[in-house]
Design a protein around this ligand. Structure first.
Ligand code: FE2
Ligand code: FE2
Length: 271
């Protein structure tokens, strides 16, 4: 199976870049399953329902979220009726939406997509390790599901690596989101799980993690409330990860970064 994961979509420039690139990437890489984190799609804060619809129309099979999940309140009723839009699994019981979704691919194969959120320097949520372990106990990779993709939305690389090693061999991919900077540690772990501690963002990298740099920089120089941050609106880089899995086991055979457009050095897998 060919899997594409794209990191946090930031603002209009990120949305437009993903809408343009995703259909082409699906074709060029023969993608079976595409997952996009869109927690910053709406002006850097949250996701509006019409933006989610546009990402599905562009070719996202599932959309994941993070700490900005509810910044656009309209998403709360929308998530209840949109199973392919998921929020972190370890939000407290009773929170609208679900933390995982079984996606049926065009050829009938099924893939589990799961979103969890770390706790270091973030909200005091339920334990992402224990909640993920409980959810994964319902599935067998390579048997009941052909692939399992986890978006682990977290700040600290240490928590991301510990999480990935905890589920090595049980899932196809653990990819980090939230820092908005693509890490260079993409690899297949010893048990066969593909991992990258952060996929990077789909946004303008002439910025401070996607936001307009003058306002974002001032916050560090002066202890003063700044203006509300706005996304940088230059050309976006589309950042993510391509993973090829073994159909018999569901484990990874190949993992490569994708970085297209904008200021970053370019990376495109050859299939
Ligand atoms: Fe983000
Ligand atoms: Fe985040």
């Amino acid at each position: 199976m060919h899997i594409l994961f794209l990191g946090d979509v930031v603002g209009r420039t990120g949305r437009e870049a993903v809408a343009a690139a995703l259909p082409k990437l699906r074709t060029a890489l023969g993608i079976d399953l595409a997952v996009v984190n869109a927690e910053n799609a709406s002006h850097g804060f949250g996701l509006a329902p019409d933006m989610a619809r546009d990402l599905f129309a562009a070719g996202a099979d599932a959309i994941t979220l993070g700490n900005h999940a509810w910044d656009r309140k309209e998403l709360i009723p929308y998530i209840a009726e949109t199973p392919r839009l998921i929020r972190p699994l370890n939000f407290p019981p009773g929170t609208p939406g679900a933390g995982s979704i079984l996606v049926e691919l065009a050829d009938g194969r099924r893939a589990l997509v799961l979103n969890a959120m770390g706790r270091l320097y973030l909200d005091a949520l339920d334990c992402p390790f224990r909640t993920t372990a409980v959810e994964l106990s319902k599935y067998r990779l390579g048997a009941s599901v052909a692939a399992i993709v986890i978006d682990f939305h977290a700040e600290a690389s240490s928590e991301k690596m510990a999480f990935a090693h905890s589920f090595d061999g049980q899932v196809s991919l653990v990819v980090g989101t939230h820092t908005h900077c693509p890490s260079a540690d993409h690899q297949i772990l010893p048990g066969g799980t593909a991992f990258q501690s952060d996929a990077g963002m789909c946004g303008d990298y002439d910025s401070v993690i996607g936001m307009e740099k003058a306002g974002a920089t001032t916050r560090f120089w002066r202890k003063m409330p700044g203006e509300r941050l706005a996304p940088a609106e230059g050309e976006s880089s589309v950042c993510g990860l391509f993973v090829q899995t073994d159909d018999a086991t569901g484990l990874a055979r190949r993992v490569e970064p994708v970085r297209l457009g904008g200021r970053l050095s370019q990376a495109m897998p050859v299939v």
